[in-house]
Design a protein around this ligand. Structure first.
Ligand code: GDP
Ligand code: MG
Length: 281
């Protein structure tokens, strides 16, 4: 028996199942995900052609699949694509769809021997019109093997490869919330951008908004809280230009550590990180 392996997938994001026809993708999807979370190319083919096996309907089916996936991602829903995804351009379109919604995308590869996939097809009676099942599965298998080496460079956050029937059977899924998913926070928020090293002005601003500054023994502002429980959101460019970047970082870091502020970096922070890591420019 393979060791049980838990696969982390983004709680809100995209998951591509990758595997030859007959590798067990639909079975895997049904076991681990809700039916509405799974968008299947076979189902889309059936919806546009009344026949899940009508290969002539494939372009229309993929139009529908992309449309459905796009809508679900726009709504921030976990979406699992049940299609072979053995060709890089099919994957690239879906990866860029997830990116366009600022969401993560993982791949789960079901690497099952071609003869197993063929045997399963025989047992289930599924066909591909007049094309022999062996030819289809072999083509998928070849495309998959060719894909495996470069897969990790295609923009996936993670590529989980399940090697063999036992590993596929033993896998479990864990939904991981991304660190920037803070939908439980409801505010009220004070949103502050472009402080640019102006520590004194930042302190004045916060005090005018009703924040209470916290100081260390040397009198330096190292934190702040709001008596009405407001949350500050710093939206980039704390550093550069002004006279006291360390003072700004000290105060904002203290607030973030205490949970009274959230902070995202701006291009000037990126520049500082690059400079400190030794890069020019
Ligand atoms: P897909 O083409 O990759 O979506 O594969 P399916 O999930 O449709 O599986 C193809 C066939 O294999 C179906 O008849 C399944 O019932 C069967 N199958 C899938 N997973 C397993 C498995 O783990 N063990 C066995 N024995 N059969 C399986
Ligand atoms: Mg299937």
């Amino acid at each position: 028996m393979a060791e049980p392996r838990s696969l982390g997938v983004p709680a809100a994001g995209l998951v591509l199942l990758v595997g030859a026809s007959g590798s067990g993708k639909s079975t895997f999807a049904a076991r681990h995900f809700a039916p509405t979370e799974v968008v299947s190319s076979d189902t889309c083919r059936a919806l546009v052609a009344d026949d899940a096996e009508d290969q002539s309907a494939t372009p229309d089916a993929f139009d529908l699949l992309q449309h459905l996936v796009g809508i679900r991602l726009r709504r921030g829903l976990l979406t699992v694509v049940d299609a072979t995804n053995v060709q890089s351009d099919a994957r690239a379109q879906l990866v860029s769809l997830a990116r366009s919604h600022d969401l993560l995308v993982d791949a789960i590869v079901l690497k099952v021997p071609a003869r197993v996939a063929v045997e399963r097809h025989r047992a289930s009676g599924r066909t591909f019109g007049r094309v022999p099942v062996e030819r289809i599965v072999e083509r998928h298998d070849r495309d998959l093997r060719r894909s495996l080496r470069g897969l990790r460079r295609e923009g996936f956050r993670r590529v989980h490869v399940l090697d063999g029937v036992e590993e596929v059977d033993a896998a479990t899924i864990v939904r991981e919330r991304s660190w920037n998913d803070r939908r439980e926070l409801t505010g009220p928020f004070d949103i502050v951008g472009d402080v640019h090293g102006c520590a004194s002005e930042l302190r004045t601003l916060l005090e005018r908004l009703g924040w209470r500054l916290e100081r260390d023994d040397a009198g330096r502002a190292v934190g702040a809280h709001h008596p009405e429980g407001r949350t500050a959101v710093f939206v980039g460019d704390l550093v550069d230009r002004g006279p006291d970047t360390p003072g700004v970082l000290r105060l904002v870091s203290g607030m973030v550590a205490a949970g009274t502020a959230l902070c995202v970096t701006g291009n000037h922070e990126d520049k500082l990180v690059r400079a400190r890591s030794g890069a020019a420019g």
